[in-house]
Write a protein that binds this ligand. Structure first.
Ligand code: PHE
Length: 356
């Protein structure tokens, strides 16, 4: 019995001192595994006399059970300790203030495009889009600007490159959003009521011109649409956009794709060196417009004997400068962070739908 007592102390001690689950497993194998010390002792029972076995058998069994229970208990204790360690190590202070993150801002052009879209959507205009690289057909011919027409030269068009020997007319960077009129008419027919905001390109650069800028095209076609509807829609738009009632002045003008054509000014004052829209006795030109030319309707697949409508093109950047007091157009596209932080909008600023 003393021999088993020694064995018992030995294994219980080792188990008590095991510091992790791996060494505990080694102990289990060394004691109770196939060739473990206690297992071997059990095997020796076979060579004992019946009397000896009667004493040694139950004692060995009890030892085996005891060592087994000690292993299980120690394993549980080690598991608990490991969990405690992890909980301590992975402790998180949820009361810490959040790390500061730089926030971007909405560019004035994006903001104004949203505002314009919201106001026209309110008047039943859907949004259409077209490609920025256009064929000369959509940018010019279909809009009644033939090859020899001075408007082509006046537009300072950017032409794309054609491979040598390729005689097809080159594509152009669209010089205005008007080609979307044709694309939309072709695809959807009449009646229609759309705006088409987007980028346009002309080779021009000074305080009020950049080679890329933004326009929003308007097009409304129905059986009995007139210049009166055009004037109402524009005044409604400007009053909503500037948040005050704005008068417009129509000046006779000429565009190949409208007949009659008008340039439209909005009422403003120049007092103190800054423009204020919707007051005063001065006028500021903001857009071109007119009744869609019959040839343009035809090019869009619409019968000019049945349908008529108006079209207009407004400079979006110009609108943004006027509404938000931004003096230099070129800065719009410099990507200067200080400028963007100053003139940019918070992402949750909602489009302005106030009526004057
Ligand atoms: N496309 C013209 C421009 O770029 C504007 C315009 C649009 C005029 C529609 C009349 C009708 O200046």
């Amino acid at each position: 019995m003393t021999a088993f007592d020694d064995l018992r102390h030995l294994w219980l001690d080792r188990i008590a001192q095991a510091s992790d689950e791996a060494s505990l497993e080694e102990l289990r194998v060394a004691a109770l595994g196939k060739k473990g010390e206690i297992s071997l002792k059990m095997r020796e029972l076979g060579q004992m006399s019946a009397e000896e076995r009667q004493v040694a058998g139950p004692a060995l069994n009890a030892l085996k059970d005891e060592v087994n229970s000690a292993l299980v208990a120690k394993k549980a204790a080690l598991g608990d300790a490991a969990l405690d360690e992890r909980l301590k190590a992975e402790w998180l202070d949820v009361t810490l203030p959040a790390r500061h993150r730089r926030q971007g801002s909405i560019h004035p052009v994006s903001q104004v495009t949203e505002e314009v879209t919201a106001i026209f959507a309110d008047m039943g205009f859907a949004v259409a889009e077209g490609p920025q690289i256009e064929t000369d057909f959509y940018n010019f011919d279909a809009l009644n600007i033939p090859g020899h027409h001075p408007a082509r030269a006046e537009m300072d068009t950017f032409y794309t490159h054609r491979a040598e020997g390729d005689d097809r007319p080159p594509h152009v960077l669209r010089t205005h959003t008007s080609p979307v009129q044709i694309r939309y008419m072709e695809a959807n027919g009449a009646p229609c009521r759309i705006i088409a905001p987007g980028r346009v390109y002309r080779a021009d650069y000074d305080q009020t011109h950049t080679p890329m800028f933004h326009q929003v095209e308007g097009l409304a076609i129905d059986k009995d649409i007139s210049m009166a509807n055009l004037k109402w829609v524009l005044e409604e738009f400007f009053s909503a956009f500037f948040g005050t009632s704005v008068k417009t002045r129509f000046r006779a003008s000429h565009f190949p794709f409208t007949e009659p054509s008008a340039e439209v000014d909005i009422q403003c004052s120049w007092e103190g060196g800054t423009v204020k829209v919707g007051e005063g006795n001065d006028w500021l030109e903001v857009l071109g417009s007119g009744m869609v030319h019959p040839k343009v309707l035809q090019a869009g697949g619409i019968d000019p004997n049945e349908w008529q409508g108006f079209a207009f093109g407004i400079g979006i950047d110009r609108l943004a400068m006027l509404k938000y007091g931004i003096p230099d157009l070129r800065a719009f596209f410099d990507s200067d962070l200080r400028w963007l932080r100053h003139y940019g909008f918070a992402s949750l600023d909602m489009p302005n739908l106030h009526r004057g």
